[in-house]
Design a protein around this ligand. Sequence first.
Ligand code: PXP
Length: 239
Amino acid sequence: MAGLAVNVDHVSTLREARKVSYPDPVAAAVLAELAGADGIVVHLREDRRHIQDRDVRILRKIVQTKLILEMAATPEMVGIALDIKPDLVTLVPEKREELTTEGGLDLIVHKNSIAETIGTLQNSGIPVSIFIDPAPEQIKVAHQINSTMVEIHTGAFCDATTAKKKEQTFIDILNGVKLAHKLKLGINAGHGICYKTIKAFKGLNEINEFSIGHSIVSRAVLVGMKAAVREMLTLVKEI
Ligand code: PXP
């Protein structure tokens, strides 16, 4: 049965909009866990636009399930990860001007530096996932450089606005998942998944865990964090 890792970044987005101390992503993480989340995800960005160092440090102490740190493969972030020791690091590309993570890591271009980062983190006992597009060449490199697992970028499918594009992008995900499974890579999936698009993944049992943030936090604003997580969990557990 697939798991649900809840990303609480956008609770911090709301807090940082006013530079106050609420709402606290730590409180949201506790509620998400009480509702049954299998893990808590935060992306500590270089510009600290939402999650702050303090959030990650407190979450490390209080998360009962597992703490997944999304980060760019920079010396600063690697230093923080080695210090905090999350249960999993997910390496993502990062550009300051982007609204959100816009594409998967390009392992063809960054193969050597990502391989080095994976080695450093794994040698310190931290498993590593790499956020990549579901392209066969990316998945093959992830395997070659010994990534513990991959997170398949589901954004192109979730954001597709025509039936043709939806079908085509979902076929890419299907093929990517099958290849990663064949190569014995652990498989997570995420980005842009909402209460509607999650249903498309029914039957794709190779996916270990879905990483979902924006849609859950958006719904939580209206129905509360526990209800929003529970509703998504019901859909994920049907996969
Ligand atoms: N996975 C990765 C690697 C991400 O960068 C993000 C966005 O922070 C997510 C999953 C969650 O995406 P969303 O907030 O659209 O659910």
